[in-house]
Write a protein that binds this ligand. Sequence first.
Ligand code: C2E
Ligand code: CA
Ligand code: CA
Length: 721
Amino acid sequence: MDRRNIELKIFGLIASMAAGMILLAGVALTVATRHADVRERQYEQTLVGNGLRQRGKEVQTALNPYVIWDEAIIKLDNQYDPAWASQNIGASLGGALGYKVVFVLDADGKPIYGHLNGKDVAPEAYARYAAPTGRLVDAIRKIETNPKKVAELRAVHTSRVELIGDEPVLITVSLIRPDLKAKTRGARAPLLVTGVPVANSVIKTFSERFLLHDAHIEVVKPDAIRTDAGQAVMGKAADGRRVVLRWTPRRPGEELMKSASPMLALAVLAAAVGSFLLFRVTRRAAKKLLLSEAEAKHLALHDPLTGLANRTLFTDRLIHAHALLRRKPGHLGVLCIDLDRFKEVNDSYGHDAGDQLIREVARRLVGICRETDTICRLGGDEFAIIQPDTTPSGAATLAQRVVDGLSGEVDLSIGRAELSCSVGVAVVSDAEQGQAELLRQADVALYRAKEAGRGRFTFFEPEMDAALRLRKGLERDLRAALESEALNVAYQPLTDVRGAMIGVEALARWTHPERGEISPAIFIPLAESCGLIGLVGAAVFRRACYDSLRWSGLEVSVNVSAIQLSSPGFVDEMVATLAETGARADVFMLEITETALLKDSDGVHEALRRLKRLGFRLALDDFGTGYASLSYLRRHPIDKLKIDRSFVSSLPGNTESMAVASAIVSLAKSLGLKTTAEGVETRGQFDALVKLGCSEFQGFLLGRPMPADAIAGVREAAKVR
Ligand code: C2E
Ligand code: CA
Ligand code: CA
């Protein structure tokens, strides 16, 4: 965990505490206001419910003078008088009191008088009202059969909001009773049916009384009854629909909230500022604390750059996994991973880019491995994986996935880098071998994988040990030889067609203190793979510079490895050596191989151009063995092709070699390049090459590599000849 993370954590803690407090206050306030709103609505609902009942009572009370009346019993029951009904019932109730619906039913429930919207109508018009009023009529008749109840009540009414058509109407059915001494003909009395539409205008006056906001009538299905809005059910239609009075309840809580919200915002701001200050104060103290605990612990066991396990944790896990083998038989795999040419990325793009690449590799490895595997960065560009509970083929699968996963181009902020890696694998099935030995074996296998050409994985085999020890020893000795300037340089003559020496090739020579002469064919690749080639090349070039001062008119060839050419400081180093020794660039022919051009990076191209501008000339060595391509020759400023020894050695008998040599010579001619045939050992080869048009020759026939001191003598002898 890095410092930023910890600070974020502290800040998060304080911020979440503050946020929590604000949230709590907010929730409390919301609950309180919600509560207040609910209370207000319930209060309004009760009020409206009472109001509606009150309104019903008012309607009923207004009817009392008409339904508790001896004359009504006489004129409507004893002897029905239609004129009386029209004058006293219709005109008064329908006209003056404004009842839209007025009917009189006789003792048998049959309509005998009707009055609608201010006009008398035929009693049959009651048909439309029969169904909705039926329930009310039944209720009244039921009361009527209970003499005790009737005696108790002065007036007998039932009221209800019913749907007439789609219009809600407050229907009241009243029992017509005597006020003094009149008597009905039979046991039953006539009934008065009145109706007032609960029109919105009526609601309006009603709502004004109760200060209801936006009150209106709705006819809704039962499931549309809402409990959150203000409403009162006024009636239930025969089809089950409800007639409801709805309004928008007042929300005192919400209003309070609204008026309080600026204050609330201020409080939030204050809390934010407060928590920020608190954060600043606590940060230092908390940082120390956390650093000493968690981070120190994490740092002790993890690589800070990638967050992967470090060597300590890795060793710990390896010991653990190894110990498990004793209890549970199986295989334990260890993979050592090394990025190919990571140093080049670091050297040419800088350390930031190197770090980026390492982080990307770590990210990919995490994606490739299982959770039970331990991935570790051992240091630099070396990684390792512990694969517990596996099989040899399981380890091979993982190794292949690592090789595949860590290949291809990687985008770095500064440019693109080619990624590839080598993997060494060691697998053990018993706990006999120590865990340290397992890691060593994986490391040996890794070395082999690199040697075998990189971008691959190799399993450890016991034979590898001996070869590796030899190699390691040689590497150490070469380093020592470079430090003590024990490397020598031999020069091999190059001649023209007549055999006159026109140049020499500088060849590195190393005499090992115990093993004697060691071939450059062995120590040059070794130097290339262990990063010493730059030192070897520089030593040879410096020697060649000094020696070149002794010879006039001799071209001096120096071999330059592909690795040198693509290393960023190479050209500057050459310039510095020229300056230091006083040698001239134009006597030198730098021999490069096709592999160097194959990289074809901008860096290589630019290095070649700079060398050309400095006066160096360039030869393509071992031509014909590599990926010889015309386009390379055109793109790069090459002066000479060196026909590889393998073609020369089979001349003149081998027709295929003749064809290749002939093709190279004519190609060179067409491009204006010189050709040197390498490894000329016989007169026959020489003559064949001369015939083909080759211009320069090098080989044991013309001169073996020799010390610098010997060159002048040989040159003289040739002149004399
Ligand atoms: P090269 O550049 O092709 O050098 C020519 C090699 O052919 C030399 O081997 C030389 O001794 C050998 N040779 C010359 N004439 C004949 C011949 O008639 N017959 C046979 N069989 N061989 C002949 P050497 O000195 O063993 O060098 C081997 C390779 O090591 C060189 O091949 C070159 O690639 C590399 N090398 C040598 N010195 C240096 C150096 O200073 N820097 C770099 N980068 N590479 C070097
Ligand atoms: Ca050469
Ligand atoms: Ca060569």
